[in-house]
Design a protein. Structure first.
Length: 410
């Protein structure tokens, strides 16, 4: 007989109570139902994945150095890839009129840019620390910050950028401001040059570090965005980037660039988290990016996404012609200049969370906007992604959304 014993008693850490499921990923489960047109996901289009190039890179990496590719690797990342990232960022800053000499020794390869947020949280946040975010902001960042038990406050924001007066009132004792200046998730907005200048100057005056997250910056449609915030004050910011949106998200590769004084602690946090990001994947990305591949590949992504954005804008204009003249009686939306999302707002009296199941019944899904707010949520807001559905699906999905809104308006 098996001896009996008392039941095991598991005691959760207090920080575990701060961990919550991703609202977006819960909604994505709904989109798995047959026939649902999803505007909910933040997934890049699979049509953009350079499959042939990765197949060739796999063969080359395993032929040239199979042991090195499959062995444990340096925590900092694959040195040639770090050098490539540093060169790319330096050249990008120069093209935008800024001087930013990125040293490869400042580049840390991460397991997706999401890990960069986790490392920043572990290194910079104590329990009770004040952390500032845009309003609204990327939900995944708040999820990374919350287990460290900060006080997360939103700073008033608009299409131009951060409200500097509100920042000054909240920023003097904050650990950092987290900001996405280019084609922001969730709103798709892009910070203007004037907004960047004002924010950079105010942050320097306050001694406020900036955490600049830029996963979408290469996905501009007509004009490249203004120079990065970190390029304007390299010692005052940590820059996060990603290979997911321009190559393939399944490889889980990102990077951060940190001031040299901050780098060692971020590296130590990385070592404690996972020792190093997959060395094989790093070498694949390096091989694929050789010879200026992104200069040829990324324009094809931009062209596809612009076509799909335009299709969504046309469909919205068709189904909500009253948006310009009666905005409180209609769905309204912005026009993103790049990226993967646009931001919409329901007619007065409606709630996006309440509308969602009715929309799903009509065959379309979206993400309610409320979870993207650290405080003072706008319950009428919603995020619509235009990159994965086809043009025909976008047309049918917007029609279904319009029908759901008409039937459930108060």
């Amino acid at each position: 007989m098996t001896p009996t014993s008392p039941s095991t008693h598991w005691t959760l850490a207090a920080r575990a109570a701060k961990m919550n499921p991703s609202v977006i990923r819960e909604i994505l489960k709904v989109t798995e139902r047959p026939g649902i047109i999803s505007f909910a996901g933040g997934l890049p289009s699979g049509k953009t994945f350079p499959v042939a190039e990765f197949a060739a890179a796999c063969t080359k990496v395993l032929h040239d150095d199979p042991t090195g590719a499959l062995q444990y690797a340096a925590s900092e990342g694959y040195a040639p890839l770090r050098a490539m990232v540093a060169q790319h960022l330096s050249q990008q800053a120069a093209a935008a009129g800024q001087v930013w000499h990125v040293d490869p020794a400042q580049v840390l390869i991460t397991t997706g840019s999401q890990q960069g947020l986790d490392l920043v949280a572990k290194v910079l946040i104590d329990a009770g620390s004040k952390v500032l975010v845009e309003s609204p902001t990327y939900l995944g960042a708040v999820m990374a910050f919350m287990p460290m038990e900060p006080e997360v406050l939103s700073v008033a924001s608009d299409s131009e950028g951060i409200d500097i007066a509100d920042l000054r009132s909240k920023g003097r004792d904050a650990r950092f401001l987290y900001v996405l200046p280019n084609f922001q998730n969730p709103t798709g907005r892009t910070m203007s040059e004037a907004g960047r200048c004002a924010l950079s100057a105010a942050a320097a005056e306050l001694g406020l570090p900036l955490i600049e997250d830029n996963p979408y910056g290469d996905l501009w449609f007509d004009e490249a965005p203004a120079a990065s915030l970190t390029a304007r004050n390299p010692d005052g910011g940590i820059y996060l980037g990603s290979f997911s949106k321009v190559l393939a998200p399944g490889l889980r590769m990102g990077f951060l660039v940190a001031p040299k004084a901050m780098y060692p602690k971020l590296l130590q946090a990385k070592q404690a988290a996972d020792l190093h990001s997959p060395g094989f994947n790093q070498r694949l990305i390096y091989e694929v990016m050789q010879g200026g591949f992104l200069d040829r590949h990324v324009p094809t992504i931009r062209a596809l996404y612009k076509t799909q954005r335009d299709a969504m804008l046309l469909a919205l204009q068709h189904h909500f012609p009253e948006a310009q003249t009666q905005p409180d009686q209609s769905l309204t939306w912005n026009t993103p200049a790049g990226g993967m999302f646009l931001w919409a707002r329901l007619p007065a009296g409606m709630n996006a969370v309440d509308l969602l199941p009715h929309a799903v019944d009509k065959g379309v899904a979206f993400v309610p906007g409320a979870p993207f707010y650290a405080d003072h949520a706008d319950t009428r807001s919603m995020r619509l992604s235009f990159v994965t559905p086809s043009v025909e699906e976008i047309q049918r999905g917007v029609a279904a959304l319009a029908a759901a809104i008409r039937e459930h308006r108060p």
